[in-house]
Design a protein around this ligand. Structure first.
Ligand code: NAD
Ligand code: TYD
Length: 347
């Protein structure tokens, strides 16, 4: 069946993998990618599919009511996969309002438009992509399930939690067709190098210090981005309206151990040694969540999803990609990002 799908944030890290997957796997669908192209959005991420007949790009803000209404009319939008967001915790600490505008007001604008255009009993879907950070921090050996209470601790996670609540409120109040997924930390190709994994790869490559917050004891649960895109594909097609699905790869690593793994793989690839000497312990992030860990049992039991690679396998692929895509890396690390990066930890 022909589906007209609005994917928001498709020029970003995860969004570009989702757009590519849908364009290549479902040539019968029309994909409309709405992206503001912030510092994190980059059309180079989609160069290989940009001239496909079933792909349309619109540059704009999800919070722009007139633009979003126009897109719904012009492209007969029946489905939304909503990824657009401000996504970096450190930036949310210095500019929380930008996160409220994009993540809360932007999401509510999309919901309002869809509700207005579709009506409550519409047979489409609003799929909202969220994060495990809405659950706050959990002590080992605990795992976040879909029933874990929300306890967001950073301005980023508070804004994502708020948007999740609005999505559920629209379902509850208007019987609006929604589905939500909450995923753990992603890594892989096309991730902007302000996040830990690509930052580390880029700094090792350039022999720069690797900033590790605090003592590097914080734990994150890592998932290869293509496995996230596969889960999104599955939930979009098979997920039950009104349900929430946690997504995670059961790869919980202390930050310092992860950084050392990246150093080892980089040393092997670049025929170097002792890249771990670049580790520099720096002032901790304020309110730094100690541990995230996802129980992905529901999506496995109900939809049959499981990750295709573990962290070591996914990291090899990721490092190979960054080493083979120097132009991309050099391009995105020029300009605005450089200014922010210098301000972060070098003094
Ligand atoms: P990203 O920062 O790489 O990309 C975000 C994209 O959204 C960019 O292309 C940006 O230009 C666009 N955007 C931002 N504000 C916009 C606006 N107002 N209007 C239109 N476009 C806008 O982020 P990502 O890591 O790809 O994350 C995508 C989604 O997945 C986010 O909703 C994030 O909360 C969620 N998520 C991310 C992770 C992760 O580890 N990266 C994990 C779980 C969930
Ligand atoms: P990040 O990639 O920013 O993702 P998130 O904050 O959403 O989990 O950070 C991952 C972990 O790495 C987090 O515990 C913070 C830590 N971190 C560092 O130690 N140094 C850094 O330079 C960055 C960016 C993150």
């Amino acid at each position: 069946m022909k589906k007209h799908i609005l994917i928001t944030g498709g020029a970003g890290f995860i969004g570009s993998h989702v757009v590519r997957r849908f364009i290549l796997k479902y040539p019968q669908y029309q994909v409309i990618n709405l992206d503001k192209l912030t510092y994190a959005g980059n059309l180079e991420n989609l160069k290989d599919i940009e001239s496909s007949d079933n792909y349309h790009f619109v540059k704009g803000d999800i919070g722009d009511a007139e633009l979003v209404r126009d897109i719904f009319d012009r492209y007969s939008i029946r489905y939304v996969i909503h990824l657009a967001a401000e996504s970096h915790v450190d930036r949310s600490i210095t500019d929380p309002l930008a996160f409220i505008k994009a993540n809360v007001l932007g999401t509510v604008n999309l919901l309002n438009t869809a509700l207005d255009k579709w009506g409550p009993s519409f047979n489409g879907l609003f799929y909202h992509i969220s994060t495990d950070e809405v659950y706050g921090s959990i002590k080992a050996p605990g795992l976040f399930t879909e029933d874990t209470s929300y306890d967001p601790k950073s301005p980023y996670s508070a804004s994502k939690a708020s948007s999740d609540h609005f999505v559920r409120a629209y379902h509850n109040t208007y019987k609006f067709p929604v589905v939500i997924s909450n995923c753990s930390n992603n890594y892989g190709p096309f991730q902007f190098p302000e996040k830990l994994v690509p930052l580390c790869i880029n700094n090792i490559k350039n022999q720069l210090p690797i900033p590790v917050y605090g003592q590097g004891e914080n734990v994150r649960d890592w998932l290869f981005v293509e496995d996230h895109a596969a889960a999104i594909d599955l939930i979009f097609h098979k997920g039950v309206v009104g349900e929430t699905y946690n997504i995670g790869g059961n790869n919980q690593w202390k930050n310092l151990d992860l950084v050392k793994l990246i150093c080892r793989v980089m040393d092997k690839k670049l025929r170097r040694s002792n890249s771990d000497k670049l580790v520099k312990f720096v002032t901790d992030r304020p309110g730094h969540d100690a541990r995230y860990a996802i129980d992905a049992g529901k999506i496995y039991r109900e939809l049959g999803w499981q990750p295709s690679v573990d962290l070591e396998q996914g990291m090899e692929k990721t490092i190979d990609w960054y080493l083979n895509n120097e132009d991309w890396l050099n391009h995105v690390t020029s300009g605005e990002y450089q200014q922010y990066y210098r301000g972060q930890y070098q003094s």
